[in-house]
Structure formats: structure tokens, C-alpha cells
Ligand binder design. Sequence first.
Ligand SMILES: Nc1ncnc2c1ncn2[C@@H]1O[C@H](COP(=O)(O)OP(=O)(O)OP(=O)(O)O)[C@@H](O)[C@H]1O
Ligand SMILES: [Mg+2]
Length: 293
Amino acid sequence: MSEIVNIQGLQKCFGKFRALSDVSFTVNAGEVVGFIGPNGAGKSTTIRILLGIINRESGNAEIFGKDVWKDSLEIHKRISYVPGDVTLWGNLTGGEIIDLFLKLHGGGDKQKRDALIKRFELDPKKKAKGYSKGNRQKVGLIAALSVDSDLYIFDEPTSGLDPLMEAIFQEEVEKIKKSGKSILLSSHILSEVERLADKVVIIRQGEIVESGSLNELRHLTRSAITIATERDVAEMANLNGVFDFKQKDNLATFSADNKHLDDILMQASKLGVKKFESVPPTLEDLFMRHYEG
Ligand SMILES: Nc1ncnc2c1ncn2[C@@H]1O[C@H](COP(=O)(O)OP(=O)(O)OP(=O)(O)O)[C@@H](O)[C@H]1O
Ligand SMILES: [Mg+2]
């Protein structure tokens, strides 16, 4: 079975407020899917439905081909989850909490646990109530990463981690990915998503507005062009697919629709191209486009 997560037409209201109006996407085996969107878009709500914490009003949601609400106990044996605000039992130490979690998941990998504790520089002997936000987050991450799950669900997993620790998290996710596991990663750190995700799903106001590989998404949007020509570059401004045209002497910068690129290049060559640069949009550019409406 290649579809690990399959969500179709998910809807969810809180009272009169419609948090999800149409959410559909899939996570295939061995795939890292980046789930991004502005605050309040519905990412955590979708994830909580997947975890069987809250139920949907309509639509379908399956993990491993099983219904996330009815079969949640069975599903949970094969998944690991880390929220953005890991809460712990204050009187237990970090080490005890990690072990408790591993026990619930068939024991986990003790060697891996120890290696992760070292890598994340966690003091496992401290009581959880004494941990900082970042350290609480580390406990959740170490526990989740020490378990051999088929699906890892991360909801803002690195919130509160310093950049060094964030980089370690990314390396660990790459290891999991290499071993063929599936990952659903919701994150506001777009460089993290850009680095790790095979596919990106963008949600806005409870609806999926875009999904696909980063390459596919890039193709839909504009590239940033810098061009210098021998003759006056000004007439480029009027071409189809040219936006935000700015000129300084014979150097112009503008953004260009990829589908008009061929024509734009042809017109440019008539003016004698001396310099040409095309930079595809970053994930941040793509995101901002939807963010700004
Ligand atoms: N239990 C609840 N009761 C009422 N409204 C809720 C509840 N849970 C979520 N909401 C609302 O549903 C919307 C989606 O929230 P959700 O937590 O899914 O957003 P998010 O995409 O995870 O945002 P963030 O990036 O801030 O974590 C928000 O407007 C939120 O206020
Ligand atoms: Mg959230």
C-alpha cells in the first residue's frame, strides 16, 4: 500500500466557526510532506483529526488504510507524534518520561535513545518541571525519534529549539526519510520544509490552496529576472508575463511568468543580451503569495 495518509474533503466546525472547509491530501510511503500555512489556517486541527483527538464532521481520513477515528488505537501503535508544545509530567525526569513513552511503543531502540540524548544535549536526570521550553521539546523529539514508527507526525516540532538543535532535528529527519518512513511535517520554518519535504501542502482558512512538489509549485509562480541589454531595455516592460518592472540604465529587474519565459527571452535577444539571471521563487516567496491573499 503506497498511501500512508489519505484525507479527502475534511470539514470541521467549532460552534459556528468553520475551521476546515475542504482539506484533501495524501502522504505516500517514504514521503516527507510539508504542511504549511499561516496561523489559524487549520494545520493543528487537521493533525488532531488524524490523531483521533477530535472527530471530523464530514469527509474521510485514513492512516494505513484505517479510519483515524474508529481505528485510532491500532493506528497509534505505528505512529509517533510531536506537538509544538510538548507537555510533560512535572515530577518525572526527562529520562523517565522518554522510557515511559518507549514502553508504550514496544520498547523503542535504547541505543538510539542514548545517542539522541547525547546529540540533543539533554540532561535526562532533571525533573521535567525544571526544563525550559526547548528542553521539553527535546524530550518529545527524542522519544518520538527513538521509536521505529511507520509514520511520524510533527506539528511545529522545533518551536523553542535553538538553530543548532534545529539542524540536528533536520539531520535526524533525513535519516528517517532515508529508511523509507513517512513524515508529515507542519512547520513555520520554511527553510526546514524546503530542505526536507518532497511535497508541500499549503493550507489557508481551512482550505488547501496549493499542493505538489516544490518544483511543480515553482513552475506555477514567477521567477525573479535580472537582465542587461545593449539597446534600451524599457520596451521589455510591456511584454506579457512581465511584472514589477524596474529599470536602471540598461539593467532591468522584473518578475516573469514561467509560461511566458520563452517569448520574453526572444524579445530580449533582439535587444542584445549582455547579462541574464533567473532565480526561481523560494518556498517563502510561494508562501507569501498565498499569505498576502
Ligand atoms: N477547540 C477549539 N475551539 C474553537 N476554535 C478552535 C479550536 N481549535 C482550533 N480552533 C480554531 O480553528 C482555527 C484553526 O486552528 P489551528 O490550531 O488548526 O490552526 P494552525 O494552522 O495550527 O495555526 P498555528 O500556525 O497558529 O498553529 C483557528 O481559528 C482556531 O482558533
Ligand atoms: Mg498549530
